[in-house]
Design a protein around this ligand. Structure first.
Ligand SMILES: CC(C)(COP(=O)(O)OP(=O)(O)OC[C@H]1O[C@@H](n2cnc3c(N)ncnc32)[C@H](O)[C@@H]1OP(=O)(O)O)[C@@H](O)C(=O)NCCC(=O)NCCS
Length: 181
């Protein structure tokens, strides 16, 4: 009897730490904007990736939130793009609330979105970010390709993941949102 009441008392505390992953919904937009503001600050609007995302919507079915106790604690988005005439996806922003960092939430969001992209038969995902963080998810520097971003990007931070072998081969051209001609 004592044991039962003890475990019962502990349950709400345990549940408050449970993190759930789900496809993004419009109701998450405000919280996601707050998280990205907190993670990237006002400078985020001038970044090359943001300029591409301005061109049209991200794909909500491949964008995921991490929630705990009904609150969004992390987010990752994937946006359809064209590189020249080649279809690809742009990953980002990826952000986790400071208090929730270093618990594997960023990695779980990465795995979930990349697996969803694979299932949706996408062939190539690019991003601008830290290679040491993204390398374990299959991202490598884009080197020796004539891929033009809409704003300058540090070459060491311009990364791609081929979801099918050689997807990056022969790809060249201007990167823009898939809805932009
Ligand atoms: C990057 C970010 C999404 C990682 O989220 P997270 O939930 O803390 O990530 P995980 O718990 O899955 O992984 C944390 C691990 O990645 C490492 N890591 C975090 N940022 C890193 C980076 N820029 N480069 C290399 N490793 C990094 C941590 O040191 C940690 O390693 P450890 O577990 O060996 O200590 C989060 O730190 C964040 O929101 N940062 C601010 C926004 C940002 O920079 N987003 C990425 C755009 S490039």
């Amino acid at each position: 009897m004592k044991v039962l009441s003890h475990s019962h008392m502990k349950m709400p505390r345990m549940l408050s730490h449970v993190v759930t992953y789900a496809p993004e919904e419009p109701e998450h937009d405000t919280a996601i904007e707050d998280i990205n503001k907190e993670a990237f600050g006002p400078g985020r609007f001038t970044r090359a990736a943001y300029r591409i995302r301005e061109g049209g919507p991200h794909d909500r079915s491949l964008s995921f939130v991490a929630t705990s106790g009904g609150h969004v604690v992390g987010s990752v988005r994937l946006t359809p793009i064209l590189i020249g005439q080649t279809k690809a996806m742009l990953l980002g922003p990826l952000a986790v609330r400071p208090a929730w960092k270093k618990q594997g939430i960023g990695a779980a969001l990465m795995r979930t979105s990349m697996e969803a992209a694979r299932r949706a038969n996408h062939k190539l995902v690019i991003l601008v970010g830290d290679e040491p963080y993204y390398a374990p998810f299959g991202f490598r520097r884009i080197e020796g390709h004539q891929i033009v971003m809409p704003a300058p990007v540090e070459p060491s931070r311009f990364l791609a993941c081929e979801l099918v072998p050689h997807a990056l081969k022969e790809v060249q051209g201007r990167v823009r949102h898939a809805s932009v001609a």
